[in-house]
Write a protein that binds this ligand. Structure first.
Ligand SMILES: *[C@@H]1O[C@H](CO)[C@@H](O)[C@H](O)[C@H]1NC(C)=O
Ligand SMILES: *[C@@H]1O[C@H](CO)[C@@H](O)[C@H](O)[C@H]1NC(C)=O
Ligand SMILES: *[C@@H]1O[C@H](CO)[C@@H](O)[C@H](O)[C@H]1NC(C)=O
Ligand SMILES: *[C@@H]1O[C@H](CO)[C@@H](O)[C@H](O)[C@H]1NC(C)=O
Ligand SMILES: *[C@@H]1O[C@H](CO)[C@@H](O)[C@H](O)[C@H]1NC(C)=O
Ligand SMILES: *[C@@H]1O[C@H](CO)[C@@H](O)[C@H](O)[C@H]1NC(C)=O
Ligand SMILES: [Cu+2]
Length: 173
């Protein structure tokens, strides 16, 4: 891909990220708080009420689930677009001696590119992906930067391609 389209993509994502920060006021959100400065805002329950409409449940990675070495950027681009109220399902095995996975949200594009977890928020720990998996509902108009936080020095994110981002769209009736 040539540089100009890559730059445009980054600009679009950044603009959306800024808007998302100012619009968002509930649940998972990276935002400004008068007393605490920038940080993750309050988090509601992950149990969602019943939803109406044609929102979809999408298993992250399809039949590969959430595993080391799958190209999730590629998966996300092939499964885009994602819409408001769609549910992402992260399925991964219970941890054993060699493998464990988790799901984190990173605050912005730079932390995503660098796998910088210093301001990341864990949304699912290493055991929550078993069985039917961990469900994350896209409820905000902002990019969501997902990554696995496991492995020494964030190896799964840096070397295992266990990261992707989605920007939910409005579904027109
Ligand atoms: C801002 O952060 C402080 C300290 O973490 C917290 O007590 C307070 O409730 C937050 N305010 C809002 C509006 O979230
Ligand atoms: C959603 O609706 C179904 C059937 O209408 C009901 O059985 C289920 O308990 C509801 N779930 C929640 C979380 O309210
Ligand atoms: C998403 O679901 C909530 C209720 O769960 C509903 O109030 C809202 O209108 C839905 N949003 C869209 C864009 O479908
Ligand atoms: C993952 O897939 C994307 C899009 O198809 C591609 O641009 C990228 O080079 C791939 N990454 C790796 C590490 O293979
Ligand atoms: C741990 O789990 C992985 C994937 O589920 C499997 O391939 C591996 O053999 C397991 N290792 C051990 C020591 O059980
Ligand atoms: C993961 O989260 C579940 C549900 O919140 C909790 O019961 C479990 O103890 C946690 N496991 C670890 C390893 O933190
Ligand atoms: Cu992992």
């Amino acid at each position: 891909m040539c540089c100009s389209s890559a730059k445009l993509l980054i600009l679009v994502v950044m603009a959306a990220s800024m808007l998302g920060v100012s619009m968002a006021n509930r649940d998972w959100t990276y935002r400004h708080n008068k007393t605490a400065g920038w940080g993750w805002g309050p988090w509601g329950s992950h149990h969602q009420p019943n939803r109406t409409g044609n929102s979809k449940k999408i298993i992250v990675g399809g039949s590969d689930n959430w595993h080391f070495g799958v190209n999730y950027t590629d998966w996300a681009s092939k499964n885009a677009p994602f819409y408001f109220n769609d549910t992402l399902v992260f399925k991964y095995d219970s941890p054993n001696v060699t493998f464990s996975h988790s799901v984190y949200l990173l605050p912005n594009l730079w932390s995503f590119i660098n796998c910088d977890f210093s301001q990341a928020k864990m949304v699912a720990n290493i055991t929550e992906g078993r069985g039917n998996g961990f469900e994350f509902v896209l409820k905000q108009w902002r990019p969501h930067y997902f990554a696995c936080g496991e492995g020494p020095n964030r190896f799964h994110c840096k070397n295992g391609n266990m990261k992707f981002f989605v920007m939910p769209l409005l579904r027109w009736p």
